[in-house]
Design a protein around this ligand. Structure first.
Ligand SMILES: Cc1cc2nc3c(=O)[nH]c(=O)nc-3n(C[C@H](O)[C@H](O)[C@H](O)COP(=O)(O)OP(=O)(O)OC[C@H]3O[C@@H](n4cnc5c(N)ncnc54)[C@H](O)[C@@H]3O)c2cc1C
Length: 383
């Protein structure tokens, strides 16, 4: 076993961290207050190669292996304080680009990947519906087969990047009763300008406010057969593979954000004096920081195990769920500890901690809630 980074991985980590600190490190406070999306920073991230990390070279990507990509996404999360931007980049990479890489036809890959990877196009993922969240396979959007394609009818909600997206990977049932529950679920690549499709107004969130989110509504929209992603009935496989990617790679970004918090906390605990000494000298303060470090190291091992398994072509359904559950909950705890450690200043909006708390709280909800991760783990244990 080798737990270290090789020279190439270390170089990649350092390069992404430096890039993110220097180019994406601007204070996101104003965008957070105004629900603003930083398209300029998006383009910079694309030009640096972030979006293309795991995408094959022939489609404009860097063709990096998953473990290296995971290491790079951790560095991005650490160096970029705009968690919403990082989340939007991740959402496109894992829930739009990688499904195209894994399930797209050659024509679909050539049509979409270079623009997505290069930053000219933005991608979204639309499966959640007002009535279908955790029970996602109860969704009701229908794809009625017609000559040369399908007519989609239904409404999606909570689609990250929706308001700015050029294309969405969307899911609909062909004929649920005839083919069984998840077998008839099918994925489609839906361009923004499709007649009968509305990428709706932004939905305003508590955190990750710099990451746009919206509804996507299908009103009998014609989607040609050439825009079907994967075979009819492959929707569950497309969705599950996207979730496995997300649960490892988005949460590498959360781990990076925890590193950033740790650095701030160490610095603040050394500088802030009460009772004539730095607060770091108080055991209960130092203990919070020690716990943060323990959780970062544990989370890193869990995430890298997922990366390693996927790199070997092995299933990581159990390990992805464990890593997602652990890192998302540890991140919330780290944020609350950081807030407590900063005292009243942590609660004030001029400091970044309250925003970090709001951003981190999303992690126990998206890509499957904590409760659903525990259900997956229990099921895979045979319970
Ligand atoms: C920041 C963010 C970004 C998102 N981005 C996207 C996106 O890009 N595309 C997309 O399609 N969706 C997206 N979502 C939607 C997300 O996937 C859903 O919010 C999530 O799956 C939960 O569904 P729900 O909100 O309807 O909650 P519900 O499913 O209604 O859950 C409510 C509560 O009940 C619990 N619960 C439900 N079922 C069970 C059960 N069987 N056992 C135990 N507890 C249960 C849940 O854990 C939760 O605590 C996003 C959500 C967030 C917060």
């Amino acid at each position: 076993m080798d737990f270290g980074l090789n020279a190439e991985q270390q170089e990649l980590y350092d390069a992404v961290l430096t890039f993110a600190r220097e180019e994406l490190g601007a204070d996101p406070r104003v965008n957070d207050e105004q629900d603003g999306f930083d398209r300029g920073a998006w383009r910079k991230a694309a030009a640096f190669g972030i979006l293309g990390l795991p995408v094959p070279v022939e489609y404009g990507g860097q063709g990096r292996d998953l473990l290296s990509t995971l290491i790079a996404m951790e560095a991005l999360g650490r160096g970029c304080p705009d968690n919403g931007l990082g989340f939007s980049l991740n959402a496109q990479m894992w829930a739009c680009q990688m499904p195209i890489v894994a399930y797209g036809t050659e024509e679909q890959k050539k049509k979409w990947l270079p623009g997505l990877v290069g930053g000219d196009l933005i991608g979204a993922h639309a499966i959640t519906e007002p009535g279908a969240g955790s029970d996602v396979f109860s969704l009701t959007t229908r794809a009625e087969p017609v000559a040369d394609g399908y007519r989609l009818t239904g409404a999606k909600t909570f689609s990250t990047n929706g308001p700015v997206a050029d294309v969405a990977v969307a899911f609909a049932y062909l004929d649920r009763s005839a083919q069984g529950k998840s077998r008839a679920l099918t994925a489609f690549l839906v361009p923004r300008d499709t007649p009968g499709v509305t990428f709706g107004a932004p939905i305003h969130k508590m955190g990750l406010r710099t990451s746009p989110m919206g509804e996507v509504v299908f009103d009998g929209a014609f989607i040609p057969a050439a825009a079907r992603l994967g075979p009819e009935g492959a929707g569950a496989a497309v969705f599950n593979s996207a979730m496995e990617w997300e649960r490892a790679c988005i949460f590498a970004g959360h781990l990076g954000a925890m590193e950033r918090l740790l650095e701030w906390c160490i610095q603040y605990a050394r500088e802030r004096k009460q009772f004539g000494q730095p607060i770091a000298k108080f055991e209960s303060v130092a203990d919070r920081i020690a716990d943060m470090k323990v959780n970062i190291e544990a989370g890193r091992h869990l995430l890298r195990l997922v990366g390693w398994l996927k790199q070997q072509g092995r299933s990581s359904a159990l390990e992805s769920a464990i890593a997602k559950l652990f890192v998302s909950e540890a991140h919330v705890r780290a944020c609350l500890d950081a807030l407590q450690l900063h005292g009243g200043y942590g609660y004030m909006r001029e400091y970044p901690i309250e925003r970090e708390v709001r951003d981190a709280l999303s992690g126990t909800l998206y890509s499957g809630t904590s409760e659903m991760q525990r259900k997956i783990i229990a099921r895979l244990l045979g319970l």
